[in-house]
Write a protein of this length. Sequence first.
Length: 234
Amino acid sequence: MAAEKVAMVTAAGKGMGAAIAKELAATGYRVALMSPSGSAVQLAAELGGFGLSGSVTEVADIDRLVRETLDKYGRIDAVVNNTGHPPKGDLLSIEDEQWHAGLDLIVLSVARVLRRVTPVFQAQGGGAVVNISSFAADAPEQAMPVSSALRAALSSLTRLYADRYAKENIRINSVLPGFIDSWPETPEIVARIPMGRFGKTQEIAKTVAFLLSDGAGYITGQNIRVDGAIVRAL
């Protein structure tokens, strides 16, 4: 891994985002991190990178993250689009504004980042993106209807982007985690998982690092479940 490679990670202040940032820094990336709290700023300082307080739902914050990453490092080689969780509720009790908030968080935030980093990748001759999604994209859950519907849309966006930019050596994949240890664990949920345990944030981080690496150079447009086999679909 060349030390000059740069990775941009959103929602990197805690949980899977923080684990991904730590893993990428450990494998040689310079990291540029953002989260709504100050946690990403603190973590970036610990990892020798830089961080901003901001949200993926704010266009100005995305602009600032991309601009300041380029100002500081001169390039962006990898992007991890991580977000928080959209509103929950009974399917038909969810109001329009909650659906719009979920769309903004899960799908439009990724589209906005891609619009800004794709010209950078093209100028550099390539780049790689990983979107953090959910197993619910493939196996919708009544407990999370907004996430289920819009993560499926993110899977489609991932496929479309891959088709459009593969010839330019730009890759994109989505990771679909199952229940991970950053989520409250209950015996009822564990009983649903064939592996009999929650996944670890570090397991997600290592999957992401692989997908961004040269070792995954022929993998693009995929929606990869890391879920302990909770999804039974082929």
